[in-house]
Design a protein around this ligand. Structure first.
Ligand code: ADP
Length: 336
């Protein structure tokens, strides 16, 4: 019989933020020891929910590299999420020696909007038009900034005059056609161990002030600027007839990733889409790892219930994958 993880004393570690509660709880459910690396203000949260067997406190994210030896001694596997990348930084993440779950080389494709666009274009999925020059704006567009956290500061512009009125001093921006439809964030998981793409769930975002602005009469909306600061996420199920297309586009994104960045994307990832009235999915962004929207399914989603028949969050699914890799002596295939 394959050895159980408990006997192997493997450890899963992550930074205490974003989706760490889910990742650590999922790891514990699969029999792993868990570590949360937290800035001081965050540690009480992870203590309260009792998801970490050990909490390593750091005074700032700059200190992250100092805990590396400690994590190596614990034989920890680091599970990344957006806060690790945003706070610790891509450069540090790219060079750390701690075993890392996922393909680190995909980070370069994910963090560069032009490369992302190339990836999606090659995958043959619908993508919003991009305006290289503000003078070319001929439809409603959304203006995004590099490294913006959770949509903060993004704005809409209907033409070039509107754009120049709102852009201020910013020099680095990205202008994308605003696709009018319903936002759908698709959570996938590609399992290397099982050679299969799984659908984990869907969410939509709850953003301030855009989700509040429609609660007031139009007459009072005039003159208010719309912002997209993420506050939370809401669960969603999709029309069943749309699910085959969801699998198709996910599959194409995975296949293309193998061509652009071998061995490609694996583990959790998310396609951020808008669905238009003619039921087309427009993909405006890829997140190449677990997204915070999966937190709405800590106890599993309708789709993971169908597939696994027991509570299966994305965090737990990661732990299952790592456990199977250890049991089959294939860990190398999922650490990048
Ligand atoms: P972040 O960069 O933080 O991931 P998003 O790219 O998700 O932020 O964008 C913030 C908000 O803008 C979300 O509500 C998203 O649905 C919406 N949005 C982003 N791009 C488009 C687009 N091209 N068309 C329509 N809505 C968009």
């Amino acid at each position: 019989m394959a050895p159980r993880v408990m006997e192997l004393k493997s450890t899963i570690a992550t930074v205490g933020s974003h989706s760490a509660l889910q990742i650590l709880k999922g790891a514990k459910d699969e029999g792993f020891r868990t570590i949360a690396i937290c800035v001081k203000e965050h540690s009480s949260l992870y203590r309260h929910f009792n998801v970490a067997d050990r909490i390593i406190e750091i005074s700032s994210y700059k200190e992250f590299e100092n805990v590396e030896d400690d994590l190596m001694e614990e034989a920890a596997i680091l599970v990344p999420h957006a806060s690790l990348i945003a706070y610790v930084g891509t450069d540090v993440v790219e060079r750390i020696k701690v075993p890392y779950y996922g393909n680190r080389r995909i980070l370069a494709w994910e963090s560069d909007r032009n490369k992302q666009r190339e990836w999606l274009r090659r995958a043959g999925v619908n993508i919003p038009k991009v305006y290289e020059n503000p003078d070319e704006i001929d439809s409603l567009c959304i203006v995004k900034f590099h490294g913006a956290k959770g949509g903060q500061g993004y704005f809409l512009a209907k033409n070039k005059e509107d754009f120049y009125d709102k852009i201020g001093d910013a020099r680095e921006y990205f202008i994308q056609e605003y696709v009018v439809g319903t936002p759908v964030y698709i959570h996938y998981f590609y399992s290397v161990m099982r050679g299969e793409l799984e659908l984990m769930g869907f969410d939509r975002r709850y953003e301030s002030n855009v989700d509040g602005i429609t609660r007031i009469p139009a007459i009072h909306q005039e003159g208010l600027s719309v912002t997209y600061t993420i506050v939370g996420n809401l669960p969603l199920v999709l029309r069943e007839s749309l699910l085959p297309e969801v699998f198709k586009i996910g599959q194409r994104v995975v296949e293309t990733s193998r061509e652009i960045c071998s061995p490609g994307i694996y583990g959790p990832f998310c396609l951020e889409t808008v669905v238009t009235p003619d039921l087309k999915f427009y993909v405006f962004e890829i997140s190449a790892r677990i997204v915070a929207g999966t937190n709405v399914f800590m106890n599993g989603s309708p789709y993971t219930y169908l597939k696994h028949g027991k509570p299966m969050s994305t965090g737990r699914r990661i732990a299952v994958e790592i456990r199977e890799a250890i049991e089959q002596d294939r860990l190398k295939e999922i650490l990048g």
